[in-house]
Design a protein around this ligand. Structure first.
Ligand code: ATP
Ligand code: MG
Length: 431
């Protein structure tokens, strides 16, 4: 006998949960479309190096969380832990770096070997966008880099998605800059010098990071680390003139786009490719798993895939976390219930009606039982708005009865067209 539970950290999406999930994706897709993003679907597994190289060998995802396995041909494959690397790989594989900018939307499952808890799963789902092309380079005439507008636009897109999901009031946008390479090196040196004085007080994990990836310590969830980090040197004190201008530009354009934000110098991305803008939409409603959407600008990721130097900016959002924030689940489609109260001719007439309704765009279900009572019970159970009744008398008189189940009113109709109209009218009145 197989074990009856799904694998640890995975979950079935059924009923209300699936409707919440789908609503998040459809809303995000709709808004992404308004921003000019085209949907891509890349494979759910990639050659391991696609992630191992691009996510940084010291990142949590690569060192602890990847589902990596050899396939039957001995190839090392990895279930994608996130979407950006695969999209960058696809940009290069398909020769699309020649036609920039590229604006990409994606949605789908991601896999990370993590300790499951509220809002944290081993198979979870993300929606995300990536915008390739606009760079952080200042124009020769001194104009602000196009990347400034791109970053603000990406953030505005995320903001609009959250608002259209009806959870705009539950989230706060926090932004930071990671500066350019020059700024980051200066900051890193200052940070390591500061943290060395606290080596014995740092958590074990942070002590390891001090050598490998000190920036990640700023992101530590350990309360003692957080206390030490609170007074650590901030990137903002080490920004180069260019990086400062870029950051000021992004903030200005966020105002232009009408997107309110808070600055949070603690936001980091532990990977070398990330630079300049970093942002998160956070909520206080999900306990420790408070980040619902996270993103930022990256340089060098496309080159790492064998492509040319192409700048990127994007974000990813956890669908499960967004789904949990929705005030209410979208309702299931309420169908019409076709009840044929008899066999033979009556049943056949019922089935013809059923298909006529469906082909006219009306959701309809057939009651597999010839009893009116059983049919109405089933109609009630699935929240049907209308029942379409046909029995021997109706077949004889060439009529069909449409009953408004909420109002408990019914009328007889002579043509299929009139039946369809009556059902549609009932649907419209209860929508
Ligand atoms: P966290 O700090 O929560 O581990 P992260 O930095 O690993 O997040 P990202 O890689 O930036 O997360 O992924 C973007 C978003 O995807 C997160 O903000 C979150 O909403 C969602 N997410 C990440 N990991 C999981 C997971 N294991 N289960 C559910 N959602 C997740
Ligand atoms: Mg994580």
């Amino acid at each position: 006998m197989p074990r009856l539970q799904p694998p640890r950290g995975t979950h079935d999406l059924i009923g209300e949960e699936q409707r919440r999930h789908r609503f998040v994706i459809e809303t995000a897709r709709e808004i992404a479309g308004r921003y000019g993003f085209e949907e891509w679907a890349t494979p759910i597994f990639e050659n391991t190096e696609v992630f191992a190289r691009t996510l940084g060998e010291t990142s949590d995802v690569v060192t602890k969380e990847m589902y990596t396995f050899p396939d039957r041909g001995g190839e090392s494959l990895t279930l994608r832990p996130e979407g950006t690397a695969g999209v960058c790989r696809a940009l290069v594989s398909n020769g699309l770096t020649q036609t920039l900018p590229q604006r990409v939307f994606y949605a789908g499952p991601m896999f990370r070997y993590e300790r499951p808890q509220k809002g944290r799963f081993r198979q979870f789902h993300q929606i995300g966008v990536e915008l390739f092309g606009p760079s952080p380079l200042t124009f020769p005439d001194g104009r602000l880099p196009s990347g400034v507008i791109a970053d603000a636009e990406i953030i505005a897109c995320g903001h609009d998605m959250l608002h259209h999901l009806g959870i705009g009031a539950d989230v706060t946008l926090e932004i930071n800059t990671l500066g350019d390479t020059v700024s980051r090196e200066a900051h890193r040196a200052a940070l390591v010098a500061y943290l060395r004085d606290f080596v014995s007080d740092l958590s074990d994990e942070s002590r390891v990071r001090l050598e490998k990836n000190p920036l990640r310590i700023l992101d530590s969830k350990d309360p003692r680390d957080q206390e030490i980090v609170a007074h650590a040197p901030k990137i903002t004190a080490h920004l180069s003139g260019e990086a400062q201008k870029f950051y000021d530009g992004v903030k200005k354009y966020l105002d232009v786009f009408g997107v309110p934000f808070k600055e949070n110098p603690r936001i980091v991305r532990g990977l070398d490719y990330y630079s300049h803008t970093a942002f998160e939409f956070v909520t206080t409603r999900l306990g420790a798993q408070g980040t619902v959407m996270a993103g930022g600008r990256y340089e060098g990721l496309v080159r790492e895939m064998g492509g040319p130097q192409v700048s990127g900016v994007g974000f990813a959002a956890g669908i499960e976390r967004l789904a949990m924030l929705l005030a209410q689940a979208p309702a299931a489609t309420a169908p019409a219930m076709v009840i044929a109260m008899g066999a033979g001719e009556v049943e056949e007439a019922g089935l013809k009606l059923l298909q006529a309704l469906r082909r006219a765009g009306v959701a309809a279900e057939f009651s597999y039982h010839p009893s009116l009572k059983r049919g109405l019970e089933r109609a009630d159970k699935i929240g049907a708005l209308a029942a379409v009744l046909i029995g021997e008398d109706e077949v004889k008189n060439n009529t069909v009865i449409v009953r408004d189940l909420a109002r408990r009113e019914q009328n007889a109709y002579r043509t299929i067209e009139d039946v369809i109209l009556a059902v549609k009218k009932t649907f419209a009145e209860h929508a």
